[in-house]
Design a protein around this ligand. Structure first.
Ligand SMILES: O=P(O)(O)OC[C@H]1O[C@](O)(CO)[C@@H](O)[C@@H]1O
Ligand SMILES: [Mn+2]
Length: 415
């Protein structure tokens, strides 16, 4: 019997639901693809930016923001358009429209379109991930005996690994694989000159002073606003493990993204999936990391927070108005680490600041707690440089702002 004839024959009752589900799935896939093609056409032909239509936790806030963008334009400017609106808004809007296309297409409405790329990044970085896990387990064997100076050096090493982990970012590589192939630990000295602002000493003095002076049983809390999943997330979890094991912190709070975002950004599914993968690694040191990390979560020493604010287009100086609950949560931290370039753009409002403007000024009143941006440069904004430093970089390396080759540890707050 020909396949067509077989398909035409009424299915036996046993697999009818399966076929219906399959048919519905294919229907949904077609719908999502057509919505995404419409989005691409709007983007490529500079159409007006249209309000979100699907009911979701943040639909109204997004549409209010779009109205705000409209209010900034004069009569003759017409509607906010793709090519003539602030990049921060338009890029965030694009990823939010991708999410809308998926939630409008049940039953695939909870599908993560970037899941495969994020998992591929993890698997392709296995060698360097194993090297990092081994490095951490070796370090933990002797951590109690390290003197202050050695402990500080180990802290600085893991901070730099977390910084350079930020290069592995799929939105910069527009989704092409950008996994960590080499053992990053051996390259730290080579990368050192590419750190343009280095406030690591501030981080050390803040945490080590608090460790010395805090009373028994008091909390030392470090909050990490995460960026990319995959290799970068491993570097952040290894840093967080060290913070607890060195007693520089007694608890670490993590913030991820509520929806798939900028291709590689971490969602709660990515966070849990990665810890599960590490725990089940057949490499004993790596598997020990995963077992410890799962225990930190069970004991409440690691806490994961979800908040819709992180996938809105707002600059962080608006957080206390737009998301006062999140601002209040961040105020409980003794230090907040903001990973990555997008967070840096939102910290500084993505303004065309002079390179030498102080970071404190660019934060425009956003001071929930002492904070540090740990960021590789992928967008044309950088503040807090020395006089002439930006100009010198432009002369020696014209694309220094956007290649991810340079990085900063930029601190703000009382010591
Ligand atoms: O993952 P990160 O470090 O926030 O990088 C995201 C950055 O990559 C880009 O999407 C492309 O360069 C920027 O627009 C964005 O700020
Ligand atoms: Mn990112």
């Amino acid at each position: 019997m020909s396949p067509l004839a077989a398909a035409a024959r009424p299915a036996p009752d046993s697999d009818r639901p399966c076929r219906t589900f399959l048919a519905k799935g294919m229907e949904a896939e077609k719908k999502a693809i057509s919505l995404l093609s419409k989005l691409r056409n709007e983007l490529q032909t500079d159409k007006p930016i249209i309000p979100l239509v699907e009911k979701f936790a943040d639909t109204d806030i997004w549409n209010q923001y779009l109205e705000h963008q409209q209010s900034l334009l004069s009569e003759s400017d017409g509607k906010p358009r793709w090519f003539y609106s602030p990049w921060l808004f338009v890029e965030c809007y694009m990823y939010r429209r991708i999410h809308e296309a998926v939630i409008q297409s049940p039953p695939i409405d909870d599908f993560d379109v970037f899941k495969e790329s994020k998992e591929q990044n993890f698997f392709e970085s296995q060698e360097s991930i194993i090297a990092l896990g081994t490095h951490l387990q070796e370090l933990l064997k002797t951590i109690e005996d390290l003197d202050e100076n050695n402990l500080k050096n180990e802290f600085f090493k893991l901070l730099q690994i977390s910084l350079w982990g930020n290069k592995c970012d799929l939105s910069l590589s527009s989704g092409n694989t950008i996994s960590q192939k080499t053992n990053i630990i051996n390259s730290l000295e080579h990368f050192r000159p590419f750190i343009l602002v280095n406030d690591m000493e501030h981080l050390w003095s803040l945490l080590s002073n608090r460790k010395k002076t805090r009373g028994k049983g008091t909390v030392s809390r470090v909050d990490i606003v995460l960026d990319n999943s995959g290799f970068e997330l491993v570097t952040d979890l290894i840093l967080a493990d060290f913070l607890l094991s060195s007693k520089l912190a007694t608890e670490v709070h993590f913030y991820g993204k509520t929806i798939p975002w900028f291709v590689s950004d971490t969602t709660i599914h990515d966070f849990n999936w990665l810890i599960e993968q590490v725990k089940h690694s057949n490499h004993k040191h790596l598997s020990k990391c995963g077992v410890d990390w799962e225990n930190y979560i069970k004991m409440g020493r690691w806490v994961y927070h979800d908040h819709i604010f992180w996938t809105l287009p707002h600059e962080f100086c608006a957080m206390s108005q737009v998301a006062p609950d999140l601002y209040a949560e961040l105020q409980k931290a003794h230090l907040i680490l903001f990973k990555g370039d997008l967070n840096y753009r939102k910290l500084t409002g993505d303004r065309k600041w002079e390179f030498t403007i102080p970071f404190h000024q660019a934060l425009n009143g956003f001071h929930p707690a002492p904070l540090c941006s740990i960021r590789t440069l992928k967008a044309e904004i950088q503040v807090g440089l020395q006089p002439g430093q930006g100009e010198q970089l432009t002369a020696s390396d014209p694309n220094w702002l956007t290649t991810g080759k340079y990085g900063v540890f930029q601190f703000d707050g009382p010591l």
